[in-house]
Design a protein around this ligand. Structure first.
Ligand code: BGP
Length: 473
């Protein structure tokens, strides 16, 4: 469909940006916070640990003021479970509640809508010791945490996201540092999908609870959705693309929205005796949950071909955007039509439009972009500038395709790219920067921690001021 003219962005569109607690806050064991899996994991060689990050914990006023200067309408951030409940369950840490009260109030002071992710990759270490998501009790742990959040912040937080990138926790947990498989597990695939099942039930129950406790609030999932292309029009490649689409994308949204397991995934798990076990009431719980919108992260598409027997059986290989393939299901191939970031992720703005169109036609719910962005090496010049035109170009192209998708009839609530401010990457340290705001620190040298406005900061300010009408540099 060629659009001669583009529909304007909706009024009250949530222009903003994202972050997550464990990647931005620092102060990882301060003021009573307990350790999460991120604090106890072995970080990849040559990358910073997560003790200081961007030190948002001590700089939040200054940082939110900068977001306000850009004109943010929304700020999507996560709440660290272990700041609220240091052990994951039990005693509440009042200082943790105070911190997020301050962050929320600071946002509201500037008319910035807080969009809160309840869980972003940071399982309490104390709960990891009790089996993490493998333990059926994890459903209640999460629901208890959710009820504390709704109780404490629900008077001011109207938009909630349940679990960030549950699909990546399941598909590539080891690279993010989140996978906790109990010792002696024989069927690892089954264990992974049992964990996934517990997360799905926990999410469903949290959505129902949110609607009960906060009738005015809206809640949705936040998976990482990348449309999967077939490498060619060879029918076997199309089947492979359907396989990966099911395993990577639709499993999560079919369940969140319709309360059913994706049939392709269910059949695939059956081959390995890996279908999850349902506890009593799970089926009803999943059916009862109804998200108000779909939050999703988009970085690029994937392209796959028929699996020719060359892919090893490894259900957790690769990273969020580069899959190692799945034995018997698909083989990952390079899409020669697309460029790549400096960190090896393909760049596909048109795929953003295609992904949105596909999702909207499948689920018919309003959608909120909760991440998108370019990880790059940025350089601070001697006069305190960061000339990140490469980031501006990436964002321009994606926002343009977002507008195409809106013109195509897709209902979009907002755009919150990754990330508001530089922070630590999931597995590539501080050097992989995404922010509009530069933080003066290196991988290991904390330097001044001063904030600088990148060129993209001024550009995004203009985009927001014109409600997306002026994307020019
Ligand atoms: C998403 C995660 C974020 C973030 C982003 C960029 O998968 O939700 O936490 O880190 O990807 O990824 P990376 O840091 O690996 O570049």
């Amino acid at each position: 469909m060629k659009n001669e003219t583009l529909a304007p962005f909706p009024k009250n569109f949530f222009w903003g940006a994202s972050s997550s607690a464990y990647q931005v806050e620092g102060a990882n064991l301060e003021d009573g916070k307990g350790p999460s899996c991120q604090d106890v994991k072995e970080v990849p060689a040559g990358t910073s640990d997560l003790t200081v990050c961007a030190d948002f914990y001590h700089h939040y006023k200054e940082d939110i003021a900068l977001m306000a200067e850009m004109g943010f309408k929304s700020y999507r951030f996560s709440i660290a479970w272990t700041r609220i409940l240091p052990e994951g369950t039990g005693e509440i840490n009042q200082k943790g509640i105070d911190f997020y009260n301050n962050v929320i109030d600071e946002c509201l002071k500037y008319g910035i809508e807080p969009i809160v992710t309840m869980f972003h990759f940071d399982m309490p270490a104390a709960l990891d010791k009790r089996g993490s998501w493998s333990n059926p009790e994890s459903v209640e742990w999460f629901v208890n945490f959710a009820s504390i959040l709704f109780q404490s912040f629900g008077d001011r937080v109207k938009y909630w996201l349940t679990i960030n990138e549950q699909n990546m926790l399941t598909l590539v947990g080891p690279v993010i540092g989140t996978m906790c498989i109990p010792e002696g597990t024989e069927n690892v695939l089954k264990e992974i999908y049992q964990q996934n099942h517990h997360m799905l039930v926990a999410q469903a129950k949290a959505m129902v609870l949110c609607h009960e406790m906060l009738p005015e609030a809206k809640i949705g999932p936040a998976p990482n959705i990348s449309l999967v292309y077939p490498a060619s029009c060879k029918p076997e490649d199309v089947i492979a693309a359907q396989n990966f689409n099911a395993v990577r994308n639709w499993l999560y949204l079919d369940m969140a929205v319709n309360g059913v397991y994706n049939n392709l995934v269910w059949a695939w798990l059956g081959k390995y005796d890996a279908q999850p076990t349902f506890a009593e009431g799970d089926k009803e719980a999943m059916k009862n949950a109804h998200p108000d919108f779909i939050g999703f992260n988009y970085y690029n598409t994937a392209t796959v071909a028929e699996e020719d027997g060359s892919v090893a059986f490894n259900p957790v290989g690769g990273d969020q955007q580069n899959s190692d393939g799945l034995a018997g299901m698909y083989k990952t191939v390079r899409n020669e039509n697309l460029g790549k970031t400096e960190f090896g992720w393909e760049i596909d703005p048109v795929g953003f439009r295609a992904t949105i169109r596909e999702m909207y036609s499948r689920y018919r719910l309003p959608m909120l972009v909760t991440e998108n962005g370019l990880g790059a090496y940025d350089t601070l010049t001697e006069d305190g500038k960061v000339h990140d035109s490469y980031r501006i170009h990436y964002l321009q192209d994606h926002i343009h395709q977002l507008q195409e998708a809106i013109t195509d009839g897709c209902e979009m609530m907002g755009y919150n790219p990754w990330s508001a401010i530089d922070l630590i990457s999931t597995h590539e340290g501080m050097r992989k920067r995404y922010g509009f705001i530069y933080v003066d620190r290196d991988e290991f040298d904390l330097k001044t921690m001063k904030r600088y406005k990148k060129d993209s900061f001024e550009w995004y300010k203009k985009v927001i001021a014109t409600n997306g009408a002026d994307l020019s540099e």
